[in-house]
Write a protein that binds this ligand. Structure first.
Ligand code: NAP
Length: 543
């Protein structure tokens, strides 16, 4: 057992970076192969994104009974989810339960951030260093560092001069933050901002919401799960999981749509959207018609429906207008789920500041100055997102000894084979990497699929006595082209989203997730494995 201070073995089979849901399952599953392993985790506990995102209102947008591990029937039967959409605290409690139940902590070193991973082609090992001075060699390095784990605070002029407190949703303090009686500013209206704003509005003396781009949001219709609902679901858990495997998002319970939007009259469409609106959830809404994410006219019918809802809900017509998204098709950015978001703008203590019209020019000691106004604030919350999908990986100095770095290789955008491996970086395995469905599917289902595939690959490597696994450059090129081609057949590239890296100034504009669906992706990965890992180069000795 490795404690936080005990010395680590110098040479291991596997190092796993990150103890979120991906790292935890990788550790559990790879133990079957009797490998020596060490997980490094920057946080003080397990849970990854759910460890860091403790902001008020944080909640998953996939239903609890689906957003949970499926690998152990005992686990899924015994765990009780209190609500339809789990709150952050419940998901973190679940992650801790899993860590204890499967005795994971003994192989995890917490409060330890990996600084570099350098591959030595002569020994076919990665040399990993951490900010705690650890230095270990491992045959495989498994990246479980997450897709949304490098928070981004915009570099506003004067941030250091601000005398109040400021927070980022993705680095929230562990102790509760009470905004009672405070003048609070929130910058950002993505999923995080939209969840947080209604909750903070109930505490703050005044809340200013600084919105640059309006986002689409649909009601979560969250509610407590009754015992009967839970038991009925659990009786059929296996069937629900099997159904989920056959869907593009890895989520069961919502039959994929059969109709195109134009097949319904305007009235019937309106009824269909209305039903979805009251059912709650983003999958349900986007499943109204089968062409909502591929046909702009079809998509516009859904956009118009949501804009009408905003118009009907928000009393001030100018504020309502500002809240209506008009620069991207619905669903091409993550469709937000809310509880009372639009209603919040009817409160007397909430002001929407349109920073598209009146941009933020700087932060001052006492608040935020825009081109035309000054806002006095006690606290500022940045709900400004992440350097997504590649940020956490590129934050680590990953390179080949005496050769290329991953930063160099991905300078024009990430390139992978299946999102799992990247050519020229042998024995580096990526969980939910760019080029895989990851964020465009139920993350836990995507993680389980990746880890199971990696486990089988490692078993194959062990049995065959291989030392080195790499992607074939040609196979990688074909995969990258395929990922782009699939994205281009949808409306996704029309939005300036983090899927494209568009939220980070200077980041290459490349569509990163694979959007053909987790079901299709799984079939491709299975086929690759069944064909002696087609597209991978396996070697028995150093090259
Ligand atoms: P996000 O979707 O990237 O939204 C960031 C927001 O900050 C946007 O409104 C953006 O405006 C604004 N912003 C960024 N830089 C700014 C600047 N310099 N000045 C003014 N505004 C600025 O980030 P997020 O809300 O944290 O969500 C990220 C992802 O995490 C989600 O898409 C989702 O996948 C996941 N998430 C999920 C849940 C859930 O399960 N319910 C909850 C939270 C997050 P622009 O659009 O103009 O750039």
């Amino acid at each position: 057992m490795s404690t936080d201070s005990s010395p680590l073995p110098k040479r291991l089979d596997v190092v796993i970076i990150g103890a979120g849901f991906a790292g935890m399952y990788a550790l559990h599953r790879l133990r079957e192969l009797k490998l020596t392993m060490q997980v490094f985790e920057a946080g003080e506990g397990v849970g990854g994104t759910w460890y860091w995102n403790r902001y008020p209102g944080a909640r998953c947008d996939v239903e609890s009974l689906e957003y949970s591990y499926s690998f152990s029937d005992e686990l899924q039967q015994e765990w009780e989810w209190p609500e339809r959409f789990a709150a952050q605290a419940d998901i973190l409690r679940y992650a801790n339960h899993v860590a204890d139940r499967f005795d994971l902590r003994r192989d995890i070193r917490f409060k330890t951030r990996v600084k570099s991973a350098v591959y030595d082609p002569a020994s076919c090992h990665w040399r990993i260093t951490t900010d705690r001075g650890d230095l270990v060699d491992a045959r495989f390095c498994v990246m479980a560092s997450g897709n949304l784990s490098l928070p981004r605070v915009p570099d506003f002029k004067g941030l250091e001069a601000f005398k109040g407190k400021w927070y980022h949703t993705g680095q929230w303090p562990h102790e509760p933050v009470d905004f009672t009686g405070q003048r609070v500013g929130v910058i950002g209206t993505g999923s995080s901002g939209i969840q947080l704003i209604p909750v903070v509005a109930q505490q703050a003396s005044h809340l200013h919401v600084f919105q640059r781009t309006a986002n689409f949001s649909v009601p979560a219709v969250n509610r407590p799960l009754t015992k009967q609902q839970e038991e009925a679901y659990k009786r059929e858990y296996r069937l629900h999981r099997e159904e989920a495997l056959r869907t593009p998002f890895g989520i069961g319970g919502h039959p994929p749509p059969q109709k195109y939007a134009h097949e319904d009259t305007e009235e019937a469409r309106s009824e269909s959207f209305e039903k979805k609106w009251h059912t709650g959830g983003n999958i349900s809404f986007l499943y109204a018609y089968k062409d909502l994410l591929t046909n702009q006219q079809a998509n516009e019918t859904a956009c118009a429906f949501v804009r009408d809802k905003i118009r009907q809900t928000v009393k001030n017509p100018e504020v309502a207008q500002w809240l209506m998204p008009d620069d991207h098709p619905i669903g091409t950015k993550r469709l937000c789920l809310d509880t009372g978001y639009y209603e919040t703008f009817n409160r007397d203590n909430v002001t929407l500041v349109n920073i598209r019209k009146d941009p933020i020019s700087e932060m001052t000691a006492t608040g935020i100055r825009t081109a035309r106004n000054t806002y006095e604030l006690d606290a500022v919350i940045f709900a400004t997102g992440y350097d997504a999908m590649t940020g956490a990986m590129l934050d680590i100095d990953i390179r080949i000894a005496g050769g290329e770095s991953l930063q160099d290789k991905w300078a024009a955008g990430p390139r992978t084979y299946l999102g799992l491996v990247t050519a020229g970086f042998p024995n580096l395995l990526i969980i939910t990497g760019p080029g895989s469905p990851s964020v465009k599917a139920n993350m836990i289902a995507a993680i389980e699929q990746h880890v199971d595939w990696i486990r089988d690959l490692m078993a194959y490597v062990q049995a065959g006595g291989y030392q080195q696994v790499d992607a074939d450059t040609e196979a990688e090129e074909k995969w990258v082209a395929h990922v782009n081609q699939v994205a281009d057949s949808t409306l996704y590239p029309l939005a300036n989203s983090w899927y494209l890296g568009a939220n980070i100034p200077g980041k290459p504009r490349v569509f990163m997730p694979y959007v053909a669906g987790l079901d299709k992706y799984r079939a491709i990965c299975d086929d690759v494995a069944a064909n002696a890992y087609r597209g991978l180069t396996l070697a028995k000795s150093a090259s």
